[in-house]
Design a binder for this molecule. Structure first.
Ligand code: NDP
Ligand code: 13P
Length: 338
């Protein structure tokens, strides 16, 4: 308890990536009273935030605090004492490399993307360790729709950090009366939960889109949770982490609302659309689409059975139709539940 009471918040917070989530987190930090600089790749987004206090592209119709400042130049974040990295997972490596010239020794970087890197099968903390070994890592994950968070609706998330003192300072920096982070030290668990729930949300959307019913929905969440836990534990996480906000919490949220971009891709696939049709015209990222093949590959490499994630990956790659993949999933050999 005293650990949190005595922790000093960081004052100058940089946020890299002005999609919906980066913008919402910048709004949270500003609401917590911090000086916040949000880096946008597109100058027009920075302009929109600075002059109209809106991110018209990714969070339209949500008023941002005038104190929240944006820049198109990564170099402007050089003197921040805490940085939140919020690009999509597949762009995390390039983004961190581009930021490298401005990173001082020991800079705390909070990884906020939810995904597994394709090609390397790396979680984001592995990407950070490879690109910015001089930084100190933390992971933010959990059930949190950007638009709700930006509007100030009550939200609770997981902040994972190996260094308890640093974790407490990050908590103090971003906590408000509507945004409540809980500290754990299991970064791998927090990351595995966030990455897998996106793939599983696509499965839940497929089930919903095909009208498979509430029983199938509950089975998907429960068996999906078993997959998430199996892979996370194999990667070195604690099983208990998966029962928290970054595991079960985010799985329930993302599998239960078409507000989830991942679930909405699944809904379209289940409704008979192709992947190209499901993604047509969307500027927002659905991380599960990119992470599914990496998760499948990771499971194969680690010898961990992930039948639902496998089903999603084969549907997305076109190796199986939705009906074929569901048929295959349901006709696997019978087994014990645990
Ligand atoms: N939205 C949400 O509710 C939540 C999202 N997250 C996670 O946050 C991460 C970011 O998602 P979100 O903010 O929603 O993204 P959005 O879908 O809102 O926006 C897409 C983002 O990707 C950026 N982008 C596109 N191409 C590149 C590139 N080559 N290099 C770097 N950035 C690029 C875009 O920048 P530009 O416009 O400049 O191209 C934009 O910032 C994801 O991992 C997501 O899972 C986590 C919790 C909640
Ligand atoms: O991560 C999220 C909620 O916690 C956002 O989910 P989607 O990316 O599926 O919209």
């Amino acid at each position: 308890m005293t650990q949190f009471q005595e922790a000093q918040p960081f004052q100058k917070v940089g946020v890299i990536g002005a999609g919906a989530w980066g913008t919402a987190l910048a709004a949270v930090a500003a609401r917590a009273g911090r000086e916040v600089l949000l880096q946008c790749r597109e100058p027009e987004v920075a302009e929109s935030i600075n002059s109209r206090h809106q991110n018209h592209l990714y969070l339209p119709n949500i008023e941002l605090a005038p104190e929240l400042k944006a820049t198109a130049d990564l170099a402007d974040l050089a003197d921040c004492d805490l940085v939140l990295a919020v690009p999509p997972a597949q762009h995390m490596r390039a983004t961190l490399k581009a930021f490298a010239p401005y990173v001082k020794d020991g800079l705390p970087i909070v990884l906020c993307a939810k995904g597994v890197e394709r090609g390397s099968d790396c979680l984001m903390n592995e990407v950070l360790a490879a690109t910015l070994p001089q930084a100190r890592a933390a992971v933010l994950s959990g059930p949190s729709f950007a638009a709700e968070v930006a509007r100030g609706l009550p939200t609770a998330v997981t902040l994972a950090c190996k260094d308890a003192e640093l974790g407490a300072r990050i908590l103090k920096t971003i906590a408000t009366t509507t945004f409540r982070p809980y500290l754990i030290d299991d970064m791998v668990g927090a990351e595995a939960g966030g990455a897998l729930k996106n793939v599983l949300a696509i499965a839940a959307g497929i089930s919903e889109g095909k009208g498979l019913g509430r029983s199938a929905h509950a089975a998907l969440i429960t068996r999906g949770f078993a997959e998430m836990t199996r892979l996370a534990v194999a990667l070195g996480a604690e099983a208990e982490t998966m029962g928290g906000l970054c595991g079960m919490g985010d799985l329930v949220l993302s599998c239960s609302s078409p507000q989830s971009r991942n679930m909405s891709v699944g809904l379209a696939l289940g409704g008979g659309k192709t992947l190209a049709e499901a993604l047509e015209g969307k500027i927002s990222v659905a991380e599960g689409v990119e992470s599914a093949p990496a998760v499948k590959h990771l499971g194969e490499k680690m010898g961990v059975e992930l039948p639902i994630c496998h089903m999603v990956a084969t549907i997305l790659s076109g190796e199986a139709s939705v009906d074929e993949a569901i048929g295959e999933l349901m006709s696997r050999p019978l087994k014990t539940e645990r």
